[in-house]
Write a protein of this length. Sequence first.
Length: 342
Amino acid sequence: MRTLLFLLVPVCLCADQVVLMNGDTITGSIIKKDGDKLTLKSEFLGEVTMPWTAVKSLRADMEVTVVPSTGASVKGKAATSDGNLQVTTASGLTSVPLANVTAVRNDAEQAAYERLLHPSLLQLWTGYFDMGLALARGNAFTDTLTTAFNATRQTRKSKIIAHFNQIYGTARVNNVTAANASAIRGGWEFNEDITPKLFMNVMNDYEHDRFQDLDLRVVIGGGPGWNAIKTDRIQLGVTAGADYNRENFTTLSRNFAEANFGDVFTYKLSGLTTLNETFTYFANLSDTGDYRFNFDLGSVTTLKKWLSFQFTGSDHFLSNPVLERQRNDLILSSGLRVSFGH
C-alpha cells in the first residue's frame, strides 16, 4: 500500500493549478491565455475560461510557452510569485510581470499558433462536400440531386472562402420527362482583419437559375465588417458595403449598383451539432424600392471526424423578377457531408 501511494504522489503533483481572487482553486491542464482570458481543462469540469484579472496565482507543472509584451518568448514550468510569472527554463529563471504577459500556450496551442505564422497558399484549407439524392417511383417518377462544396483557408488575420451548390431535378408524368429544378450558385470572398474586431471584405458571386430565366448573375463588391462575437462556441460577424450587379435574363439584361448589409452566425449547440446562418440584403441604388436577399440556414451533426449529416435551407428572393416568374427560390436539402482538412 505504501508503494502504491508513493507512485501516485507524482501523478497528483503534475496537475496545473489556478487560484482565483475569490479563493476558488481549479486544477487541470492550462491550455492558453489568449487576450484577457485564461483557459484551463479540468478533468471533471471540462474546459473552463476565466478572466485573466481574476487570477490570483497559477502553477504550470507542464511546460508552457510564455509570451511577454516585450522581449522574446520563454518556455518552461511556470508559477506566480509577488505579482510576477516566473518561468523555469533550461538556462535559468525568467520573471515576467503578470500585467505584461501577452499569451500563455501549452505545446498543442503553440504548435497551432506557429502553423499560422507563415503558411503557404496551399496550407490550412478545410472544407466539405455535401450530396443529397431524392427519388420517387410510382404514379410519378422524380429524381432530385443536390450538391454543395465549401473550402475555407483561415490564418490569424485573414480568411478565404470558396463555395458552390446546385440542384437539378427531373419528373416523368404520363411518359413525359422534363426538368423541374435547375439552379447553380457559387462564389468566393476574402476577409482581412484590420483590428481584432474590424475587418475588410471582398466578395464575388455567380448565380444561374433556369426556372427564373436567369442565365447568369455576377456580383462583385466589398466593404467593412465587424466581429461582434468571436468565441470558441459562438461567432457573429456583421458586414456592410456596396457592390455592382449584372443580371442577364433570357429576355433582358440589367446593370446597377447595390448597397448591402448582412450577418454570418455560427453556434455550436453541442460537441457534435453546429448551427450556421447567413443573411445578406441587397438594395438597388438605381431603382429604389427594388431589392433582393439571400438567406441560408443549416445544421451539421458529426458522425465521424470526416463524416457528418447535414440539413440546409437556402432562400434567394428577388423583388422584381421577369414577367410570370416567382420572386422566391427555395432549396432544401439533407444528406451526408464529407469533410477534409490540410
